[in-house]
Design a protein around this ligand. Structure first.
Ligand SMILES: [Zn+2]
Length: 220
């Protein structure tokens, strides 16, 4: 990964380590061929473990490993705690995202669609706040909301308490063929070793679906 001043930047903004790989990792790997790609991650995914647990440290390292596989140049953690994102942190989160984006100056920003794909409140908060920041920054021209289609969402029904319905084809603005990057997506998902059971289960569900990723696009 050599530094190239002529390459434009793409930044993915996510709530947890693994949102990038379980999410738009094929697209991230594809962009990494032509752009400098960076990831901002709001939390270290430490939820559910006691204060002495080092799960956050483990998961942060797993994200670094996944990012390396995908060709991402750098990962920045924003220092929030898993499961705590909400309106109360709106401006704190916005200012941290804004600061990093001003430094990286991406033309394209990727985040999860407004329902957070899986309905996770952390995802919804990150999506909302990223949209707010996107509107403020003149250099950011395109916001890509990662979404899944109805077929994929139907396969996830029992995954969470509530899993929002997927996007209809008419709601999808861009389909990116990620077949060439499927092996990297799998490797990146499996790099999250602490989540390996989830990775295996999700990969089994995805195996027979088209190797493509879906986006709803906002432009300025
Ligand atoms: Zn997540």
């Amino acid at each position: 990964m050599t530094q190239s001043k002529s390459r434009k930047a793409v930044v993915g903004v996510f709530a947890h380590p693994d949102d990038e790989s379980f999410g738009p990792s094929g697209t991230i790997a594809k962009f990494a061929k032509t752009h400098d790609v960076y990831i901002l991650c709001a939390t270290k995914g430490e939820e559910g473990m006691g204060p002495k647990s080092n799960l956050g440290k483990i998961r942060a390292q797993e994200l670094q490993n996944s990012a390396r596989i995908l060709g991402v140049k750098a990962v920045y953690f924003l220092g929030f705690l898993d499961g705590t994102l909400s309106n109360n942190l709106y401006h704190k989160l916005a200012s941290k995202i804004e600061k990093k984006l001003k430094m990286l100056k991406p033309e394209i920003i990727i985040t999860t669609e407004p329902n957070g794909v899986s309905g996770h409140i952390d995802h919804i908060t990150v999506s909302m706040v990223t949209t707010f920041v996107f509107r403020k920054l003149p250099f950011a021209k395109t916001l890509m909301y990662y979404c899944i289609d109805e077929r994929s969402a139907a396969k996830m029904k029992n995954y969470f308490i509530y899993f929002p319905p997927g996007y209809k084809r008419t709601q999808v603005d861009k389909i990116i063929n990620t077949e060439k990057y499927w092996h990297l997506k799998k490797q990146a998902m499996m790099a999250h070793k602490s989540q390996v059971e989830d990775a295996k289960r999700v990969l089994a569900r995805m195996e027979n679906l088209p190797k493509e990723e879906y986006f709803s696009i906002k432009k300025k």
